[in-house]
Design a protein around this ligand. Structure first.
Ligand SMILES: [Mn+2]
Length: 312
């Protein structure tokens, strides 16, 4: 298993096989429903009971070195042997750093080894074909690596892989995990059926855009504003309170914004986690690791998760 990082100068056929295998695994898990002792899927929506241990990794953005450091630090091989230990990625695997393809291959190897406790959420960089933006460079990296075949590789292998990623994860009574932020909901009836609405985001592009692009802000009216990013919204504390109240969760764990490893918003209710360093020299790379006991210990109050964040 120690060959997880032996992926430099990856061949096109080998890369294609590995990524397509994981796309198939995702599709099977979504279609047939996936069940482990602690979790289940309903399409794009993942649901878990509180795991024995939880590790969350934020945006990687092609930074294979930070990814390697993080995986080694929590000793991924022994950690993932128990299916009660979960590893969740918050998306944005590509662009900005030099090794986007290598990052994808590395996490795909992890998923092949541990399909029942490694899960990938989708970032906005994995949905360029729905919500385009200016700094998207992954196809250029693929053309540099694979020449003219890079284009076909992007359309035939990468886009289906991106479309197979999960959109939203709930860990019961604890946390909501997603890439960008909570969608602004003004009709409370939504929550009667929220798991259903989140289970097929290809039919709910309005929700998908906000999940992938929204950011938390401390807004004067605590409500929401359109985002300066040109896509998505800034959501205030009222939106966080509504979602957390309706889902009986205490925290939101999300990525999407470069920061010194982590950032806290909305009085501790929102934790931003960022795990990329090489393309962002001014910032830090971090991951979150928390145990079931630590989660249950603070069952009554809002938890501030900063003590469970490790800067690498
Ligand atoms: Mn992002």
């Amino acid at each position: 298993m120690s060959d997880l990082f032996k992926i430099f100068n990856p061949g096109i056929e080998e890369s294609k096989k590995l990524i397509c295998d994981v796309t198939t695994t995702h599709k099977d898990q979504k279609l047939q429903g996936f069940f482990s002792s602690i979790g289940m899927t309903s399409g794009d929506y993942l649901n878990f009971q509180v795991p024995e241990n939880l590790v969350v990794i934020g945006d990687i953005h092609g930074d294979i070195e930070s990814l390697q450091k993080i995986l080694n630090e929590f000793k991924w091989e022994s950690y993932l042997e128990s299916e009660e230990n979960l590893l969740i990625f918050l998306g944005d695997y590509i662009d900005r750093g030099f090794y986007s393809l290598e990052v994808i291959l590395c996490i795909c190897k992890l998923k092949c080894l541990f399909p029942n406790n490694v899960f990938f959420l989708r970032g906005n960089h994995e949905a360029y074909h729905y919500f385009p933006f200016s700094s998207f460079s992954f196809p250029t990296e693929l053309r540099t690596k694979f020449g003219s075949k890079g284009n076909d590789f992007y359309f035939e292998v990468i886009i289906p892989f991106f479309d197979s990623l999960y959109g939203f994860c709930e860990i019961e009574s604890f946390a909501l995990l997603l890439h960008g932020g909570l969608p602004v909901i003004d009709d409370c009836n939504f929550f009667k059926n929220y798991k259903f609405h989140l289970s097929d985001l290809s039919k709910r592009k309005d929700l998908l855009e906000e999940i992938l692009w929204n950011d938390p802000r401390e807004l004067v009216d605590n409500n929401w504003q359109y985002s300066n990013r040109g896509l998505g919204k800034y959501f205030g504390m009222n939106i966080s309170d509504l979602w957390l109240e309706q889902t009986h969760c205490k925290n939101v764990i999300r990525g999407h914004e470069p920061c010194k490893g982590y950032k806290i918003n909305h009085h501790g209710k929102i934790t931003t986690l960022f795990s990329s360093k090489q393309p962002y020299p001014k910032f830090e790379s971090a991951y979150l690791k928390i145990s079931r006991n630590e989660i249950l210990r603070e069952s009554e109050k809002t938890m501030n998760l900063d003590e469970f964040i490790n800067i690498v």
